[in-house]
Each structure stands twice: as structure tokens, then as C-alpha cells.
Design a protein around this ligand. Structure first.
Ligand SMILES: O=C(O)CCC(=O)C(=O)O
Ligand SMILES: [Fe+2]
Length: 318
């Protein structure tokens, strides 16, 4: 099974038939593999290149500079994560990668920060203002793409257009930069262990190095070969649960770079407001196939997944 291609510009096309054909293709991809390439996203190529450039500059800094914004010093999961910090595959090795996470910046006085301090709050920004500017601009543009996609998914599922997007007022969507450094030839090749994503959807920008693999229904690992300017989109566990398993959250992994290659990627984890009640969407439950999961708060779910994969959070909660 190969990974299908969806054209974002067609999802809002003025021609009803073009639009409907693409929405159907999107729906099929979400049901059958839970992964697709997204082209014509509207995100300028220059912005993608700028993000790549800033990531290289950021990760290239001395270790002690990066450690000043260590994610371990942040209770709301923002900032720099060193190699070995995260282990996505619960039974394998820690991941061979370093990361930087940012999300919406909520001032300390905001009531949601007091209520959910581990999810809301300030970012830990890189010291270079250009890096911060590029990250923020990309966050805004990627969020627009997410809104268009979520609207099309609502249409595909015969829901109100804003069924999903209305849950994104105080959302906890995360933009992450990842650097997979060259690994010693003798070491394990676990760039990112096999896992599913926790949230609604993930929009991934990757460079041309390759390494991302997706598990198909037969259990075979299929390469998500990079396509220039395209995003790789996948369904997360929360969306699978929301749609009563109609849309599938599929396992994927990253084989670590070769001893001489650096890889950079940028997942954008689209996650709704903490207090979004995730209960089976009406069109996904029938008398033959009733709702399988109890309603939960989106934030409670995401939080429980973080705690399982981050060493420092495990220690805190232990
Ligand atoms: O780097 C990649 O290509 C994928 C990363 C990923 O799957 C994740 O961070 O959830
Ligand atoms: Fe992932």
C-alpha cells in the first residue's frame, strides 16, 4: 500500500465536483492508511527553507547554550530536548535525536495556566530573534493548513464545517524541530522508535534525507520518501478515538541517519483545547457499530501519553 497524495488547494476549490472528489480521496486516505502527502499547501517554499536554515543554526550551537532552555526545566513541555530524552518505542532504545518544542505562549496570569500548568504557559525561546520569528510565522501558516484540513474532514464525515475547528480557541498544538545527528555506525538505528501520534493530526515537513517509514496494513514498513514542498500528514490517536476507529492512527518510525548524514524534520502536532470533550462523532456510530470509547477531555489524554514517553516526566509523576 503506497501513501496517497492529497492536493490542499482542491479541498477548497470553487468547482463543487473537484472539491468533492478531493474530499473523498482525503476520507479514503484517513480510513485506509491514516497517512498522506499534502501538496499545494500554500506555505511559501521560502518559509520552509528559512525554517530549515534556523533549525541548523539552532542545533549547531554549543551544548551549554541549548541546555539553557532545556525542556527538563519547563513544566509545560517547551524548549530543547537532548539526545536520549525521549523514547517513543516503549520496549526499544531511546531515540537518536534532539528536539525543540514550542506552542502558543500563554502569560502566567492566564486562568488556563493556573488550571493546567503542565500544558499551558510560556515558551522557552531560542535566544536568536530571527529563529523565533521564523518559528512563529511557520506556526501560523501550518495552523491555517490544519484548519483547512480539519474543515474538509468534518465535511467528509457529514459534520458541521466547524465541528473540529471550533475546538481550537486555546489549543495546545506544538511545533517541533527535530535534528537526527549522524550516529556511530555500530550503534542502534532508532532515530524515532515505532509509535503512533497522540493528537488529532500531524503535519510533517521533512528534508530530503529520508528515513521515515509507515507501517501498512500488512505490517510492512513503507518508506515515506520525501517529496519537495509536500507535507506528510497523519491521523493521531485522538482523531481515531473521536471517529470511533473510522480514521486510523498508524504506526511510524524513523531509521537513524547514516554515520555521515544529518536529518531535519518539523512535525506540527495539531491538538485541540484542553477541555475539548472527545466523544464519538455522531456520523461514526450506528446501531451495528456503536461508540466504543468513553468521552474524555483531550488534554487529559495527551498528557497521559507524554508521561509515558518522557523520562523526566515519568520521574516527576513517580
Ligand atoms: O521525523 C520524522 O520524520 C517523524 C517524527 C515523528 O514521527 C514524531 O516526532 O512523532
Ligand atoms: Fe510521529
Amino acid at each position: 500500500m503506497s501513501i496517497p497524495l492529497i492536493d490542499l488547494s482542491k479541498l477548497t476549490h470553487e468547482s463543487e465536483s473537484v472539491r468533492q472528489t478531493e474530499i473523498n480521496a482525503l476520507d479514503k486516505a484517513c480510513r485506509e492508511i491514516g497517512f498522506f502527502y499534502l501538496i499545494n499547501t500554500g506555505i511559501p517554499t521560502e518559509l520552509m527553507s528559512a525554517l530549515m536554515r534556523e533549525a541548523k543554526r539552532f542545533f549547531n550551537q554549543p551544548q551549554e547554550v541549548k541546555n539553557r532552555i532545556d525542556i527538563k526545566n519547563s513544566i509545560n513541555h517547551r524548549g530543547y530536548g537532548n539526545i536520549g530524552e525521549e523514547q517513543l518505542d516503549e520496549i526499544g532504545h531511546a531515540d537518536w535525536k534532539e528536539t525543540f518544542d514550542m506552542a502558543l505562549d500563554f502569560p502566567k496570569e492566564h486562568p488556563l495556566v493556573a488550571k493546567y500548568p503542565t500544558m499551558y504557559g510560556p515558551n522557552q525561546n531560542p535566544s536568536d530573534p530571527t529563529t523565533v520569528e521564523v518559528l512563529q510565522e511557520y506556526y501560523v501558516q501550518a495552523f491555517q493548513v490544519a484548519q483547512t484540513l480539519l474543515t474538509a474532514m468534518a465535511q467528509a464525515l457529514s459534520l458541521d464545517d466547524d465541528f473540529f475547528t471550533r475546538c481550537f480557541k486555546d489549543h495546545v498544538t506544538v511545533l517541533r524541530m527535530i535534528h537526527y545527528p549522524p550516529r556511530p555506525a555500530s550503534d542502534h538505528d532508532n532515530g524515532a522508535g515505532a509509535h503512533t501520534d497522540y493528537g488529532c493530526v500531524t503535519l510533517l515537513l521533512q528534508d530530503q534525507v529520508g528515513g521515515l517509514q509507515v507501517k501498512n496494513r500488512k505490517g510492512e514498513w513503507v518508506d515515506a520518501t520525501p517529496i519537495a514542498d509536500a507535507l506528510v500528514v497523519n491521523i493521531g490517536d485522538l482523531m481515531q478515538r473521536w471517529t470511533n476507529d473510522e480514521y486510523v492512527s498508524t504506526a511510524h518510525r524513523v531509521r537513524a541517519s547514516l554515520p555521515d548524514a544529518h536529518r531535519y524534520s518539523f512535525p506540527f502536532f495539531v491538538e485541540p483545547d484542553y477541555e475539548t470533550v472527545v466523544a464519538c462523532v455522531p456520523s461514526c456510530a450506528t446501531t451495528e457499530s456503536p461508540a466504543k470509547y468513553a468521552a474524555i477531555l483531550s488534554g487529559d489524554w495527551i498528557q497521559s501519553r507524554f508521561d509515558a514517553t518522557y523520562a523526566y516526566r515519568e520521574k516527576e509523576s513517580a
